[in-house]
Ligand binder design. Structure first.
Ligand code: 3H9
Length: 693
């Protein structure tokens, strides 16, 4: 018998158990094991029905994603599915946990399906740039209505087992233990209490209107709708004879395996998980049962909301009564929004609010396990706050700063317990954005780092370990590449064109629109802070300063690069053209035009350059950590996998050549990073570096 698939006989029934941790993925050994078990049980004349179930936390959660891109090893999953479908003995699949992708496809080929209450089924392949490749598109529309099939296959979100029962995907909803249920259900089949429903024998009747509406929607989405459109094409062939439909689906699946979207989305899937692999992973996290937050502004309120949503009691410290009221109002507003978005159940709302207290008395933090400081970005202010916390907080309490760029080693000097100091850099809105940069100072204790990662998991965030430097991973890279857009604008590119070119690349919003949304005063203050540090060789773009000097800070004042009408309109601010022209004239710049391609190339190359330096300096542990930061904190298009995954697609030599070309006009800004040059010379990639580190 195989290591991962075993079977047991009980009189005239048998069970097959798949035990392939962590998620029972349908890897090669598992596929071989299922076929071998089936061969043995079919050959036994005593066995009349079989129950198929999984050990551990879930039924098969899909094909083994790690095998994609490698030569397929027989038996391939579609053949295992067909083998189950053609079994001479009825098989009932018992689904628990998350029966996803190839897992659900295996179940669709069994002669009956039973699901456990509280579990889910889904076909999430589109989230990996794929479509179901083991008959899901051909078989699901035979069991359920077109609308459900299209939604599940092209949308990728799972549905509850109760919904699956209601729409015909499973035959019964049961409670109990999968092993026990597998026996019971097989016996029910033998006794005639559970009637097999063989998918291939059911008729397909696709609703043309639903298909047409979906096709129109995905077509209108352009390249962003391509993955869903491919999946829809497979669904449409479900009306063909099963063999033909399966062949069409297989051909589309193989083409999808080769697509850029799949490559990027697969990388993003593993990036989300790979970042948890840190040097401090073996340390035991400290218990966090009570949290303090210093500062109830937008950031502090967002952090407090995130903690409350994770079930933690929070004490927020503000400086004055009116600020206390503002913080309360903001947090309550955030919680009401969470109820609306389905992130907090209405029943749990009042209990969540009851866990919040907002006060001006810092002594209330004496029993907090963790305090996150989210006050004004000034070393002086941070030192004052950390000095007070050192005196008030109990031994073992973690003292965290939410600073987005200040030197954490300096901040830690304000306390007598630097081992307890860490950076927890949340991204705004902190209760929504998934990224948490965990910044590790020279003296931070390993268990404090491990606690940061454990907390992120509790908050359902993606934690990425960062070293200390100005801006850590994300903001350091952002500070560099953001300049490229200003340079292009001053050299003649229309800023609205820059926005639309980068939106075409996949950014949710172009950089000038983002600046307006975030508030141009933030960048203005930051430029003033950095002004004394700015080397004389560095180009300066002053357009944004002119906009701010006129009292326009973007959306919050109704005017920035764009003018925002009360009716939701957005038009270019004509003053900006005047500021640009004046600066060009003063600096002797003859404006030229830029193609969308050049805009994207310069922007991405600037981003990759600084990202390469961040990796070389050890600020990020691996290239994949930079990718995770940009995917979960900066809206980098997921289908492109992250800046350094995308860099491998471009190639190190091409990037080096581009930088050298751009450097002819601005040799200070465009310098070839040593790591990129080395990769170009050695013919290596960031993916190679991910494997090494
Ligand atoms: C497919 O099925 C194609 C077919 O139609 C056709 C084929 C021909 N493979 O997420 P977690 C690992 S496409 C390999 O932290 P959770 C994961 O990397 C597939 N590994 O746990 C992690 O490893 P590590 C369709 C997988 O409880 C560990 O398991 N299916 C796979 O938070 C734990 O994962 C999907 O897309 C896999 N399929 O969430 C489902 N899945 O510990 C993808 C997980 O070394 N998976 N791993 O970092 C998920 O959505 C979640 O993992 C799941 C569990 C909800 C199952």
């Amino acid at each position: 018998m195989s290591d991962v698939v075993t079977f047991q006989k009980y009189d005239d029934i048998a069970t097959i158990c798949i035990d392939n941790p962590p998620v029972n993925a349908a890897g090669h050994a598992m596929r071989q094991g299922v076929v071998a078990a089936l061969d043995a049980l079919e050959a036994d004349p005593q066995i009349k029905a079989i129950g198929l179930y999984c050990a551990g936390r879930t039924f098969v959660a899909g094909a083994d994603i790690r095998e994609f891109g490698k030569p397929p090893q027989a038996p391939i999953l579609p053949d295992v599915c067909t083998r189950l479908e053609n079994s001479s003995k009825p098989i009932v699949a018992v689904l628990h946990g998350t029966a996803l992708g190839g897992g659900l496809e295996l179940a669709l080929c069994c002669q009956a399906r039973v699901g456990l209450v509280g579990s889910k089924v889904g076909l999430p392949e589109v989230n990996l740039g794929l479509l179901p490749g083991s008959g899901g598109t051909a078989r699901l529309p035979r069991l359920t209505d077109t609308k459900t099939a299209v939604k599940m296959i092209t949308g990728g979100a799972p549905i509850s087992m109760a919904e699956a029962r209601d729409c015909g995907i499973i035959d019964r909803l049961e409670e109990g233990d999968p092993a026990e249920l597998a026996q019971r259900m097989a016996r029910d089949i033998v006794a005639g209490n559970l009637t097999p429903r063989v998918t291939k024998d059911l008729a397909v009747d696709l609703d043309a209107e639903v298909i047409q509406a979906a096709r129109a929607k995905f077509t209108a989405m352009g390249s962003k709708g391509a993955v869903a459109l491919r999946a829809l094409t497979a669904i449409e062939s479900a009306t063909q004879p099963l063999d033909t439909a399966l062949a069409t689906e297989r051909a589309l699946f193989i083409a999808a395996l080769d697509s850029d979207e799949h490559h990027g989305l697969k990388h993003a899937f593993f990036a989300e998980r790979a970042v948890a692999n840190i040097p401090e992973a073996a340390a035991t996290p400290r218990d966090i049962n009570k949290v303090g937050v210093i500062g109830g502004g937008t950031m502090g309120s967002g952090i407090s909301t995130a903690m409350l949503l994770a079930g933690l009691p929070v004490t927020v410290i503000e400086t004055a009564e009116d600020r206390v009221e503002f913080a309360k109002k903001t947090i309550l507003g955030n919680l009401a929004g969470a109820v609306k978005r389905g992130k907090l159940s209405a029943d749990a709302h009042d209990a969540t609010v009851a866990r919040l207290s907002v006060t001006t008395d810092m002594q209330n933090l004496s029993d907090a396990d963790l305090v996150v400081e989210a006050v004004f970005e000034s070393m002086e202010v941070k030192h004052e706050v950390f000095g007070k916390l050192d005196a008030i907080c109990k031994p073992g309490a973690i003292l965290a700063s939410n600073t987005s760029y200040l030197n954490l080693n300096e901040i830690a000097k304000a306390v007598k317990r630097p081992a307890d100091v860490i950076g927890l850099h949340f991204f705004s809105p902190a209760h929504v954005m998934r990224l948490l940069e965990v910044v590790v100072a020279d003296k931070t204790a390993p268990e404090v780092v491990a606690t940061g990662f454990a907390l992120a998991k509790r908050l359902k965030k993606v934690a990425v370990r960062a070293g200390v430097c100005d801006g850590f991973i994300g903001n350091r890279i952002l500070a560099h590449y953001a300049k490229s857009t200003g340079y292009m604008m001053l050299d003649g590119a229309d800023y609205a064109q820059i926005d639309s070119a980068l939106e075409g690349f996949g950014a949710a919003m172009g950089p000038f629109s983002v600046g307006d949304l975030a508030g141009l005063d933030i960048g203005w203050a930051e430029r003033k802070r950095r002004a004394p540090l700015r080397p004389p060789e560095e180009r300066l773009v002053e357009v944004a300063d002119r906009i701010c000097e006129a009292g326009n800070f973007g959306r919050k004042t109704g005017k920035g690069y764009y003018i925002y009408g009360e009716d939701g309109s957005k038009t270019k601010n004509p003053d900006v053209a005047k500021y640009i022209a004046a600066e060009q004239a003063a600096k002797g710049i003859t404006p030229r035009s830029f193609s969308d391609e050049e805009i994207v190339n310069r922007y991405i190359t600037a981003m990759i350059s600084e990202a390469a330096r961040v990796v070389a300096d050890g600020i990020a542990l691996r290239p994949i950590d930079v990718d995770a930061v940009f995917l979960f904190g900066y809206g980098f298009p997921r289908r492109r996998g992250g800046p350094l995954c995308y860099a491998d697609k471009i190639g190190a030599q091409v990037l080096v050549d581009r930088i050298k070309t751009y450097a002819k006009d601005d040799p200070y800004y465009w310098q070839v990073p040593a790591l990129l040059q080395k990769m170009a010379d050695d013919g290596t990639t960031f993916a190679d570096l991910n494997k090494e580190r």
